[in-house]
Design a protein around this ligand. Structure first.
Ligand code: SAM
Length: 246
């Protein structure tokens, strides 16, 4: 006899909403979300979906009113508690727009808690648009089942990043010039993974990062990885050794 399928089925659409969720709450969707559910997914009144607000886990909701441009949901019951995300941040030198978008999407899927764009001497990124990165993180969280969004900080220069960093949070610095392998370097606890730009860090930058308190240079193997590959490889290795893949 087939096992009883989990309820609600995983194929329900999942949306991030900006209003606080609770049993019986009514949620007005924005025009983009109403258009997605009504015109793309072809859902009307009575249809079920999953919603999350980044704070209170995940909820089963139902479309209560479906207009041409507006839609209201009625929240029925909680389906998941907020998940525990490893407290690992990614400080990365932004790269070109498409690669930065990709990095943000994949880092969100991998479970990063915070993203910190850090501008270095050789960073050649176009202007970093936070709103765009937030939208990408929201879409990735909707798709991968996260109930919390990663925070995304305003870009900051490397010097400021190093000055204001709390040394209680270990700084794992991906150094293509050599370092400890991830298997021994990464330890559970507060962590920042830091990766450089396409042209790498300057010698001076590398020296100041290495000299920062609780900085641990990490090697990602014998090949030079592209900046976005390095960031995601380091994050995946962290999740395996010290994060929530253990
Ligand atoms: N400096 C290099 C060059 O132009 O030859 C390349 C820099 S690499 C494309 C971009 C960043 O990815 C580096 O600054 C470093 O943080 C990280 N990275 C790439 N490969 C790595 C490796 N094998 N070990 C550690 N970090 C690496």
């Amino acid at each position: 006899m087939p096992a009883t399928p989990a309820w609600p089925p995983r194929s329900l659409p999942r949306l991030f909403v900006r209003s606080a969720l609770a049993e019986g709450a009514s949620v007005a969707l924005d025009q983009g979300q109403a258009n997605y559910l009504g015109n793309v997914m072809r859902l009307g009144e009575g249809a079920e979906l999953l919603v999350f607000d980044g704070e209170s886990g995940e909820w089963l909701a139902r479309i209560a009113e479906a207009g041409k441009k507006r839609m209201t949901l009625s929240v029925e019951r909680q389906t998941r508690e907020p998940e525990i995300i490893p407290d690992v941040w990614l400080a990365f030198a932004p790269v070109k727009r498409t690669q930065t978008d990709w990095l943000v999407e994949k880092a969100t899927e991998l479970g990063v808690a915070k993203l910190l764009p850090v501008m270095t001497r050789r960073t050649i990124a176009e202007r970093v648009k936070l709103e765009r990165l937030e939208a990408i993180a929201i879409e990735a969280a909707e798709q991968c089942g996260r109930t919390r969004l990663p925070e995304i900080e305003e870009p900051q220069p490397l010097t400021r990043f190093l000055e204001k960093r709390d040394p209680a949070r270990r700084l794992y610095f991906a150094d293509e010039a050599g370092g400890e392998p991830p298997a021994s370097a990464f330890k559970p606890g507060l962590a920042i993974i830091m990766t450089g730009p396409e042209g790498g860090f300057t010698d001076e930058e590398r020296a100041s990062i290495r000299a920062a308190p609780s900085a641990v240079p990490v090697s990602l193997g014998p090949r030079i990885l592209r900046a976005e590959t390095a960031a995601l490889a380091a994050l995946a290795a962290y999740m395996t050794v010290a994060g929530d893949w253990r």
